[in-house]
Design a protein around this ligand. Sequence first.
Ligand code: ACM
Ligand code: ZN
Length: 498
Amino acid sequence: MKKFSFVLLAFAALTLLASCGGSSEVPDHLSVVPNPVSMELGGRGAKTSAKVQTRIDPNLAPEEYILQIQNGKIQLAAGSEAGLVWGKQTLAQIQAQCGKQLPGVVIEDKPAFAYRGAHLDCCRHFFTVDEVKTYLDMMALHKLNVFHWHLTEDQGWRAEIKQYPKLTEVGSRRAETLVGHYGSTEYDGTPYGGFYTQDEMRDVVKYAAERGITVIPEIEMPGHASAALASYPELGCRGKDYPYKVQTTWGIFPEVFCAGNPETLTFLENVLDEICDIFPSEYIHIGGDEAPREEWEKCPKCQALMKEKGFTREAELQSYINNEIEHYLAGKGRKIIGWDEILDGGVSPSATVMSWRGAKGGIAAAKMGNDVVMTPNSHFYFDYYQTKDRQENGEPMAIGGYLPLRKCYAYDPYDQLTAEEKAHIKGVQANVWTEYIPTFDHVQHMVLPRFAALAEVGWSLDNRTEYEPFVERVEAGLLPIYQQRGYRYADYAFKGIE
Ligand code: ACM
Ligand code: ZN
């Protein structure tokens, strides 16, 4: 009988310890997302109020950090300022689940991929600087380190360019917006617009840098250019008298920049001069997706250029623009990255390819020796639905697709690649297209907690747990922070709804 009571007592004590609450004992686990490389619990911890002692250790890799909570002290060493940011995110998760008394623990951690991105389309719908900053905070919490800022589109040009004021005077506004899903014929009759001044964009760059995040701007070419052409119609194949308009509906439009007009390259280079001045990122995103070629087929200028260059396919005109722009940006020490359509007319070996139409473009590019960022719509399009029975589950309208948390989490960026080809996969990214996401609350609902799954693929990769323990870690480590900060999040996964 005595022995039995002892066992019961021991069991009760263990249960208490595991709860991480209020004692100096050792809990059996802590929940951190993304899952760290190693975590050793033990020893005397510290109180939350202990000052964090930070130091840069040049022996650590740039984003690597070591967090030690021991003997009343919290010590954080990292290979760079960014590494310190990531270590602090881990500490915040421990604090959120442990309260005042932190357990003794040593965490050694570094990312699997150098590129862990999140994209936001601020064109289909516009998000304020404060909202963009909140997005950056949400990214940093998940140790995501590249913000891909989609700034130009058919439905709105959002970046102030001083040499071309009409881009924002004309191109940042559309007359109205489609109501309902693609194919609807109803419009809201309400003018819609917005843009970022250069000072605002610089402010965003600075805010991001303080959180370990690089901002890559995207300037779309040669397609998704209606807003630019509404502003400067002479740059389109149909010329200055054609009534180009900032589009009011979604989709792919035939209006593209005229490849045969030398003014197009001058315009793009001048725009990129100002963009490079604002954004110090090594990469500049030049778009490249969904650019129909039917106007080029009919345009005398485009056809004359094809003849001059000996091109046999219009796709080569897109490669011509890409190569010219790549050369121009190289002169400024920058590199181009573009959507996987940049492969179509032949791609230079130094271009980086963003694979979005599944992984096949990325796989082909890696096999050719190009660097790749994997953003396959099969796993990382966060504008897709999150559950199967979306009506029953009350999901807001989305573009389509079906991308539950479990599927994001299971993504393998190295699928079908040899060891040599794997070295070309620089990382992963989620894309958030906002045709059907009109508010920032809604953006948050689409990305949280899917950011957590993206983060585990990008940071932890082979160190991921099974899916169910992952969801438990998100609930214990991240959810309290989402709630503290008032982030909107989708709770389907926590209710077991897929
Ligand atoms: C894309 O989704 N059009 C890159
Ligand atoms: Zn043309």
